[in-house]
Design a protein around this ligand. Structure first.
Ligand SMILES: *Cc1c(COP(=O)(O)O)cnc(C)c1O
Length: 242
């Protein structure tokens, strides 16, 4: 991908980059012998203004992602588009869980029992109005050796999955992971696929795999990713302050 600066017009080149990434996703799925229809492209819009989100919506993007609650909440409110599907992909503080469900339909980063407990205390009526709609979530698995990174340790996966499965508000969709910087992404995504197999032994419906970012989504598709979280390859580089 070219390192396009978006410091001037944040919309410059956006539709070309989106088309290019869509093409590469189709190529990757063909190489993996998979149907592109089984892949959900989530465009991560962090650091970029709401104009970018509006243009993405105009270009047919319905799945959007953010990784910080404050920015996400402000952007979703500004966009005010009930048909936009917001995915929360960053670390979520337990005391922000209820507020995050004010806009996010899918949480990709459920990674510890205390967060599940906080979510369990939320009345579905408060979140969805209907009381029937559930919140989709992924268990984030830490693919690094660093316990400070987001995600449950691979050994804690089953216990966390069982806890999530016991919360009526939550519908567990699968596993999520971020490849470490110091390892071949494909190897890390193979471990994530192994975690996905273990998860499905507990929750058979939780077949999804959220993996793959701008620089590694080809490898993620080869290892079974179903939800790609792609930011800079589409939005361009973040605007430098000032
Ligand atoms: C920022 C972010 C992405 C997208 O990263 P790019 O490299 O810009 O594609 C994906 N997942 C998470 C959790 C992120 O924070």
């Amino acid at each position: 991908m070219s390192d396009v600066s978006v410091a001037g017009d944040p919309l410059a080149g956006l539709s070309d980059r989106l088309a290019s990434v869509r093409g590469r996703v189709a190529d990757a799925s063909a190489r993996a012998g998979r149907s592109v229809d089984d892949l959900t492209l989530i465009v991560i819009t962090k650091f970029h203004p709401v104009e970018v989100v509006r243009e993405l919506r105009r270009l047919g993007v319905s799945d959007l992602g953010e990784n910080r609650h404050q920015e996400a909440s402000a952007k979703a409110a500004e966009l005010a588009d009930p048909d936009a599907h917001w995915h929360f992909v960053g670390q979520l503080q337990s005391n922000k869980a209820r507020a995050a469900l004010g806009y996010a339909r899918t949480l990709h980063s459920v990674d510890r029992p205390s967060l599940v407990s906080a979510l369990a205390r939320i009345d579905p009526q408060d979140v969805t109005g209907s009381g029937t709609h559930r919140v989709d979530c992924f268990v984030q698995v830490n693919l690094t050796d660093d316990p400070g990174r987001g995600g449950v340790d691979e050994s804690g996966l089953e216990a966390l999955a069982e806890k999530i499965a016991g919360v009526p508000l939550l519908r567990l969709r699968g596993v999520m992971g971020v490849a470490p910087l110091d390892e071949e992404p494909r190897r890390a995504f193979a471990r994530l696929r192994g975690a996905s197999d273990r998860l499905r032994a507990i929750v058979p419906d939780a077949v999804s795999i959220s993996a793959g970012m701008s620089h590694d989504f080809d490898d993620a598709v080869l290892e079974g990713a179903t939800h790609l979280r792609i930011g800079s390859a589409i939005t361009g580089n973040r605007v430098a302050a000032g």
